[in-house]
Design a protein around this ligand. Structure first.
Ligand code: 6PG
Length: 209
């Protein structure tokens, strides 16, 4: 457990840089607001970006320049400041079905993924994998969802099995709003807690202290 959100962001950036130094080639970025500071710090670290392929764990079905786009956030906080070999954003503006189908083809030769970064919702979801939702049973590499409880309703997400098969997973959670989700995840009761071996970087508040 770390003291502050800033410490979580720093630990996340360091862990990502280390994994890339140690040979990880595919880096899957998370959506949401929690990783933003981590991305800013990562942009300043020494990383051989020319060897890195950037992917995404989930995307909202909006255009890539939309305020809700996870890609837009990653671009502004990280990707515009570094030069990865390749950036494969999820083409979620095509809609959940077509977007998922295309992205499954994109990552087919890149699995198992080397390093997946994830956030956690207050209900314990991760990526766009929501508790007690049929999306958890989705097969294949990528799935579309049309009734996400977190807006916007239409999204594209890596499936639980794709994330579970990744070589390394880092989960970031900060703030007391996440404390219940973290507790549920520890008991394996929500999707974020269904990834064996994931490394959790959480602050005191998210730990419920
Ligand atoms: C999304 C996400 C989602 C997110 C969590 C946490 O696109 O909405 O990828 O899984 O990571 O909901 O979001 P916050 O970091 O904003 O709390």
């Amino acid at each position: 457990m770390l003291d502050t959100p800033e410490a979580v962001a720093e630990a996340g950036a360091k862990a990502i840089a280390l994994a890339l130094k140690n040979g990880a080639r595919t880096l899957v970025l998370a959506g949401g607001t929690t990783p933003e500071r981590c991305y800013e710090l990562l942009a300043e670290m020494e990383v051989v970006w020319a060897k890195v392929t950037i992917l995404f764990g989930d995307e909202r079905c909006v255009p890539p320049d939309h305020p809700d786009s996870n890609y837009r956030v990653a671009r502004e906080k990280l990707l515009d400041k570094v030069s990865p070999a390749t950036v494969h954003r999820m083409p979620a503006e095509l809609g959940p079905d077509e977007g998922a189908k295309e992205y499954a083809q994109t990552i087919a030769n890149l699995v198992p993924l080397d390093l997946v970064i994830l956030g956690v919702g207050e209900d314990g979801h991760t990526a766009s994998l929501f508790p007690n939702h049929p999306i958890l049973q989705a097969t294949g590499l990528v799935a579309g969802i049309k009734n996400s409880p977190k807006p916007p309703p239409e999204r594209v997400t890596l499936t639980l099995e794709t994330i579970q098969a990744a070589k390394q997973v880092i989960v970031l959670a900060t703030g007391k709003g996440k404390a219940e989700a973290v507790a549920l995840a520890k008991r394996g009761e929500v999707p974020s807690g269904m990834i064996a071996g994931a490394q959790w970087l959480i602050d005191r508040a998210a730990a419920g202290r």
